[in-house]
Design a protein around this ligand. Structure first.
Ligand code: SAH
Length: 223
């Protein structure tokens, strides 16, 4: 199903993802329409495939980005504050920023400086992206995402775009009550997406969704 959603334009990719039920919300449809994946993926940008972006990083497949947004949607209201850990290409950061709007804020964190610069450069390819960075609707920072980004905490939603070796306590602490985190977690030789929900009283519940293959959330390379 996922691979059948490829398109020849940004619009046809999004239309196919919707037709195949991988995007269900019109809000996500509109947000993904506003971000041209060609600004973020070096080759065949409208294929529903992940692809390498250098520095051992990968831009995730569009259906994974769509699913992350669908999963977090009720916490991505206009004005919400969002943390995107392992922001890589910056594509999802840009889509999230469209979902939370001008009153909202999305912080993209990556531990590789050239990828922080890549994400900024990618966003700057559109006027809208330039405006979002100028006005602080989007900000990219270099940091170890395992510790989150306390400066702008707490967050309505946290997306983790790399597989964590464990459930990092600091990320849970940086979630609002209520708030939701989407995080791939390594368990032996396999990885699963977890949804971590914190309710109004601060009670945290973790739900395992499905198996995935992400780049590890790890130490920064020493070179
Ligand atoms: N959401 C991104 C995914 C990029 S791949 C996209 O679709 O483009 C995963 C990213 O996680 C890589 O850019 C990698 O540099 C980053 N990463 C890995 N470990 C990290 C850590 N400890 N802190 C911050 N970023 C990390």
């Amino acid at each position: 199903m996922a691979w059948r959603s490829s398109g020849t334009t940004n619009a046809s990719l999004i239309a196919n993802l919707s037709k195949n039920g991988l995007i269900q919300s019109t809000r996500i449809q509109e947000a993904m329409q506003r971000v041209d994946r060609a600004h973020y993926a070096p080759r065949n940008p409208y294929d529903d495939h992940p692809q390498p972006i250098g520095h051992r990083a990968t831009i995730s497949a569009p259906h994974m980005h769509a699913n992350a947004c669908e999963t977090l949607l009720e916490y991505l209201k206009p004005g919400a504050r969002v943390l995107d850990i392992g922001s890589g290409s910056g594509y999802l950061t840009a889509v999230l920023a469209n979902l939370v709007g001008r009153e909202g804020k999305v912080v993209g964190v990556d531990h590789i400086e050239p990828l922080v610069a890549l994400a900024e450069g990618n966003m700057a390819k559109s006027e809208d992206g330039q405006r979002m960075m100028r006005e602080g609707q989007v900000r990219f920072v270099k940091a170890d995402g395992r510790k989150g980004w306390s400066e702008d905490a707490p967050y309505d939603a946290i997306h983790v775009g790399a597989a964590a070796a464990e459930h990092h306590q600091e990320l849970e602490e940086q979630l609002k009550a209520p708030g939701r985190m989407f995080v791939p977690v390594e368990e032996g030789s396999v990885q699963h997406i977890y949804v971590v929900d914190k309710d109004e009283k601060g009670v945290v519940v973790k739900k395992k969704l499905y198996g995935v293959q992400y780049v590890p959330l790890t130490d920064a390379p020493s070179v």
